[in-house]
Ligand binder design. Sequence first.
Ligand code: AMP
Length: 290
Amino acid sequence: MPTPRIVRKRAEMRDLIVTNRALGRRIGFIPTMGSLHLGHTSLIDRAASECDDVVTSIFVNPIQFGPNEDYEKYPRDLHADVHLLSQHGVRWVFAPDVQEMFPPGDSTRVEVSGPAKPYEGTLRPSHFSGVATIVLRLLQSAPAHNIYFGAKDWQQILVIRQMVRDLGIDIEVVTCPTVRDQDGLAMSSRNAYLSATERKRALVIYSSLRQAEKLWCSGVAINRIEQELKKMLSAQEIQIEYADIVDAKSLLKMHKNNPNASVIILIACRVGSTRLIDNLLLPSQTLSSC
Ligand code: AMP
């Protein structure tokens, strides 16, 4: 497959997309922060199966990191990323520098309320404003037909969907399933920070989610399932930020099993100094999917 064209400037990116849309080509867009893995390429493959052209952005977005977070040390390897993208049929890689996306004097931010407020929004107060702002700016440079996100960042998808609805952005938001390593750990660029022993301990995140699912399917009360989740995580010395069973759309806490709600378990935790998030959508108790 041909090597993707690397585009550095917003205006050039926009021209390419607008021209190809006018030729009748359907465009799929995958925003990323690079350090790409099979989670990212699953989004790209989905886009390639649904669109004529795929554009991926690689941009480590400074404004979605808090002051004491890992912006400086976030892994960056554009060369390896472009090599991987060339194997997945990506046509353009949009890789602007920080000044291009946030020119001197820049002072506009997108603030989403509602789904951006709890969980990540409380623990990382400027995070979703940073995410919404960059996604909107990227979309102005790459006005695609479809945009693809991973279910691993569940709350992020709700925030983007809210923004797209509120601002009337003409794009289809597609959610793709979480890709895991064979042992169940959700793929993440941040897994590279884990030592071998931390990585082993981190496996309890997925096993606790699956155990919770089992309890859910046997009708155990939600607060008891949450207790069990927390017990399993703590036994591996995982520092829990949250491990809650919530309504998957509103993110409101569920107090008792509601057979009609779509329900998700959300986890954020630290393994050593590495912060990881994961989640699992629970099967409906009314259907025979349990
Ligand atoms: P990031 O580079 O971490 O900002 O992620 C870019 C996109 O890839 C986001 O939509 C993520 O949700 C998605 N993503 C990251 N990890 C995974 C994974 N393990 N499975 C599926 N999608 C993922």
